[in-house]
Each structure stands twice: as structure tokens, then as C-alpha cells.
Write a protein that binds this ligand. Structure first.
Ligand code: SAH
Length: 216
């Protein structure tokens, strides 16, 4: 059982997401169901439901809840979808996606983060998520094609290999722009007539870097 004061925090959390325009009930239910306190550093668990990004291991960050909810809503994930996430980080976005998708594959360049996220997701029972340590610039060819691809690190250009692993009718969402500054969240849709690009909100993500991390 959650402590009463924590419950209030979670209720405010959902109200805040609604107030900021998140309206897809499936997304709101997923945001309600996943215990964010299990994905943040233990010393930050008291503020797990604050609408802010937070540091995790390896100098990386867990994204702000609003951005997670917004990206999930824009991705329009259905129950029969196979989803690829690039940038596992804490595993929080993957856990949210696991509530909506058939299968989720997620790749992380830091082995420590990948191992921690895998154990955490298994412990919480999110058994339709597969976490792989590797370079997301290569996508994950062994399970392609994907109905949806979400990149949760800032890319300076659309990474070609993952884009080529998108199924027809698929959607790819990524923060596009310079490292260090703000990026534009971009939605790419692959239709019969080729690629359509839609520019969404401004966001700030840590950089998408090539290769697996050398330090653990
Ligand atoms: N989605 C995460 C937050 C992502 S932070 C969450 O819910 O917690 C961005 C992550 O992308 C970082 O962990 C970083 O190490 C990872 N990353 C950066 N470049 C990458 C690449 N080429 N392949 C895989 N992961 C990458």
C-alpha cells in the first residue's frame, strides 16, 4: 500500500498531465500504473512525481513525466505494435510503452544502465520488454520492422539505420537538433507516398552518441 501523502502526489501528477493537455486515457492509465519512484535514484524518490527530469547513473537523465506522456501520446501505440526505443536510460519510458504495446525493444549504450533497467523491469513484471546493450544508431535489425520507433536522446540528423527498420505506416519520434541546446521533437510517418515530417514541441535531451560507451 502506498502512504497517503504519496497517493496525493500521484493524483496531482495525473491532474498536472491532464492540465497540460494529455488526454489519451490509455496514456494517463499507463502513467498512473508505473511506479516512477522505482526508476529514480533512491535519494530522489521523494520527488519522483515532480514534473522534472532527474539525474540517473552514468551522467544520464530520466525524462520529465510530461515529455514522456506527450511522446507516448504522439506515438499512438496500439496493442499489436512492436516498438523500438533508443535510449533506455532508467527504463521508465519503456515501462510506460509496455502498458500499451505488444512488444517493446529498447537499446542503451551504457551496459550498467541496460543491466539495471532490465533487472528493474523484470522485477516489476514488465515482461514484454527486451533490453539490449548496444548502439542505437544501428537500430535493432534482429527484431525489425517496428510499427513505432521512439528516440529518447537528441539526434543531430535522422539516424538512417533505425529509420529503415520502420514498417510501412509506421511512426518515428525523435528530438532533432543541436546537442546542448533545445531540440525540436519531430514526428516522421512512413506512408505509401514516402516520409511526412511534423514538427512538435521543443524539448531538451541528452545527446545521442555513436558507439557503445567504453566506461561501464
Ligand atoms: N528513456 C529514458 C531516458 C533517456 S536518457 C528513461 O525513460 O529513463 C537518454 C539515454 O540514451 C541515455 O541513457 C544515453 O546513454 C542513451 N544513448 C545515447 N546515445 C545512444 C545510442 N547511440 N544508443 C543507445 N543509447 C544511447
Amino acid at each position: 500500500m502506498s502512504a497517503p501523502d504519496e497517493r496525493v502526489g500521484r493524483m496531482e501528477f495525473l491532474l498536472g498531465l491532464r492540465r497540460r493537455g494529455i488526454s489519451d486515457q490509455r496514456v494517463l492509465r499507463a502513467m498512473d500504473a508505473v511506479p516512477r519512484e522505482d526508476f529514480v535514484l533512491p535519494e530522489l524518490s521523494d520527488s519522483a512525481y515532480a514534473d522534472q527530469a532527474m539525474p540517473i547513473a552514468c551522467g544520464q537523465t530520466i525524462s520529465q513525466p510530461y515529455v514522456v506522456a506527450y511522446m507516448t501520446e504522439q506515438l499512438d501505440v496500439q496493442r499489436d505494435h512492436r516498438v523500438l526505443e533508443i535510449g533506455t536510460g532508467s527504463g521508465y519510458q519503456a515501462a510506460i510503452l509496455s502498458q500499451l504495446a505488444g512488444e517493446v525493444f529498447t537499446v542503451e549504450r551504457y551496459r550498467t544502465l541496460a543491466d539495471t533497467a532490465r533487472a528493474r523491469l523484470a522485477h516489476l513484471g514488465y515482461d514484454n520488454v527486451t533490453v539490449i546493450a548496444g548502439d542505437g544508431f544501428k537500430g535493432m535489425p534482429e527484431h525489425a520492422p517496428y510499427d513505432r520507433i521512439i528516440v529518447t536522446a537528441a539526434a543531430e540528423a535522422v539516424p538512417e539505420a533505425p529509420a529503415a527498420q520502420l514498417a510501412e505506416g509506421g511512426i518515428m519520434l525523435l528530438p532533432l537538433g543541436e546537442h546542448g541546446g533545445a531540440q525540436r521533437l519531430v514526428k516522421l510517418t512512413i506512408g505509401k507516398d514516402g516520409l511526412t515530417r511534423q514538427d512538435l514541441i521543443w524539448v531538451r535531451f541528452v545527446p545521442l552518441l555513436a558507439g557503445q560507451a567504453r566506461e561501464l
